[in-house]
Design a protein around this ligand. Structure first.
Ligand SMILES: [Cu+2]
Length: 141
């Protein structure tokens, strides 16, 4: 009887801890493409891994580096690569998604300062699961 009660108590205790863990999406290899100071915009790339059994969508991104941050994809339009904003980026349950050149990316528009290789900038991400996360992305050529 005493054991049962302790187990229940422990289970109850771990719940709030799990809720504050941040969330199931793990972000790796975050980087920002180095562009000349004259360039008004650049893109950020990364790998996002969903360690949960539920689909999660990236719905917003922000950064102090840029006035406006959008989620973009790239497709062929009339034989040319063109990018367009997307509402969200799906990370399937137990799956991962690669934001990479020529595909999905985070567009940083209206850069507030020139980029330098090796500099690290923060990008704030929000997921539809309620998870928010600030990641560090390195400027790379
Ligand atoms: Cu773009």
């Amino acid at each position: 009887m005493k054991n049962t009660i302790s187990l229940i108590f422990l289970g109850w205790l771990t719940l709030p801890v799990a809720a504050h863990k941040g969330g199931p999406v793990v972000v790796e290899q975050a980087r920002i493409k180095l562009v000349p100071a004259s360039s008004p915009a650049t893109a950020a790339f990364m790998v996002m891994r969903n360690e949960s059994d539920k689909d999660v969508r990236l719905i917003h991104a922000r950064s102090a580096l840029a006035r406006n941050v959008e989620l973009h994809t790239m497709n062929m339009v009339s034989g040319k690569m063109a990018m367009r904003p997307v509402k969200d980026i799906l990370i399937a349950a137990r799956g991962s998604v690669q934001l990479k050149p020529g595909g999905l990316h985070i567009m940083l528009i209206g850069l507030k300062k020139p980029l330098k290789a090796g500099d690290v900038h923060e990008i704030w991400l929000e997921f539809d699961s309620g998870q928010t996360q600030t990641i560090k992305a390195t400027v790379e050529s």
